[in-house]
Design a protein around this ligand. Structure first.
Ligand SMILES: NC(=O)C1=CN([C@@H]2O[C@H](COP(=O)(O)OP(=O)(O)OC[C@H]3O[C@@H](n4cnc5c(N)ncnc54)[C@H](OP(=O)(O)O)[C@@H]3O)[C@@H](O)[C@H]2O)C=CC1
Ligand SMILES: C[C@H](O)[C@@H]1OC(=O)[C@H](O)[C@@H]1O
Length: 254
């Protein structure tokens, strides 16, 4: 069953990782897909090729989500190409692991701007377009298990993920009157570029795997079903919710 037939889905940070999987998964579910990315031109092109291989239309728009203008341009180009915006998956993010006591100001500020400010501007731009269209919509923000728990080398990052989760709660209220649903996805540890270096340490990777009751770290494809569900009409009465998709890691105290 195709859950996103006839919809236009926008995904930020989709040149690789979770965003790429979500974009291709949305196309497999019948959506035309517009992706944002910042640096990886070839990977973005490959993502569009994979979208088009499903028979759907795809478009890549390059831009830094930390800049407010990027969000407006992204939505405008999506409307120009495919006529409307039905779903925004806010996914772009960075996590440059670093200790707390000597955190460089630039690393802190850049992480805030990309992950939290970027989400705010993207959600706002998509919501304005959806309100103008007048037939509602769905926003899925990729937050994290890190919205709920801490990380020694993630003191700049975990507040952004809590912020994204909180943004979905407040926008669910602000946008409910327009039939726009806002939910967050809270992935556990998913094997992508963002943690490639961190998990290159065998001891750390083995420890992280041991924390997961389902016995393995996640793959980007594990996020597709939950994202597509939240974006689809199957979730018509779901808003302001957070869906933890972590193989059971969060509940594994001992
Ligand atoms: N992997 C994990 O374990 C978890 C990840 N998450 C969240 O999932 C999201 C995706 O992460 P993941 O797939 O793992 O990471 P990846 O590093 O694999 O992908 C990140 C994506 O974001 C894009 N991106 C980064 N900075 C910018 C920017 N300034 N403007 C536009 N796009 C940007 C990258 O594009 P490009 O490279 O082209 O710049 C890339 O497409 C993030 O928000 C992350 O916090 C949440 C929980 C766990
Ligand atoms: C980058 C981390 O490995 C990843 O990101 C998160 O949000 C979780 O904390 C994961 O561990």
């Amino acid at each position: 069953m195709k859950l996103l037939e006839g919809k236009t889905v926008l995904v930020t940070g989709a040149s690789t990782g979770i965003g790429r999987a979500a974009a291709i998964g949305a196309a497999q579910h019948g959506a035309d897909v517009v992706i944002n990315y910042h640096a990886r031109d070839e990977d973005a092109e490959a993502c569009i090729a994979a979208i088009e291989a499903t028979g759907q239309r795809g478009l890549a728009v390059k831009g830094d989500v930390a800049e407010p203008e990027t969000a407006k341009a992204f939505v405008a180009k999506a409307v120009e190409a495919f006529g409307k915006v039905d779903v925004m998956v806010n996914n772009a993010g960075i996590c440059p692991f670093h200790a707390f006591l000597d955190m460089p100001v630039e690393t802190f500020e850049r992480t805030m701007r990309v992950n939290l400010h970027g989400a705010y501007f993207m959600v706002q731009a998509a919501a304005n377009q959806m309100v103008a269209q007048g037939h509602g919509g769905a926003i899925v923000a990729v937050s994290s298990i890190s919205a709920l728990v801490g990380g020694e080398y993630q003191t700049h990052y975990t507040p952004t993920k809590a912020g994204v989760h909180s943004l979905m709660q407040s926008t669910a209220i602000a946008l409910g009157k327009y039939k726009i649903r806002c939910n967050s996805l809270l992935p556990g540890t998913i094997l992508t570029e963002i943690n490639k270096d961190d998990l290159a340490d065998d001891a750390k990777r083995t420890y992280m795997e041991s924390r997961v009751p389902l016995g393995r770290l996640g793959a980007p494809e594990d996020m597709v079903g939950p994202i597509v569900f939240l974006a689809s009409d199957m979730a018509a009465y779901v808003t302001g919710a957070a869906l933890l998709v972590d193989g059971g890691m969060f509940v594994n105290l001992q």
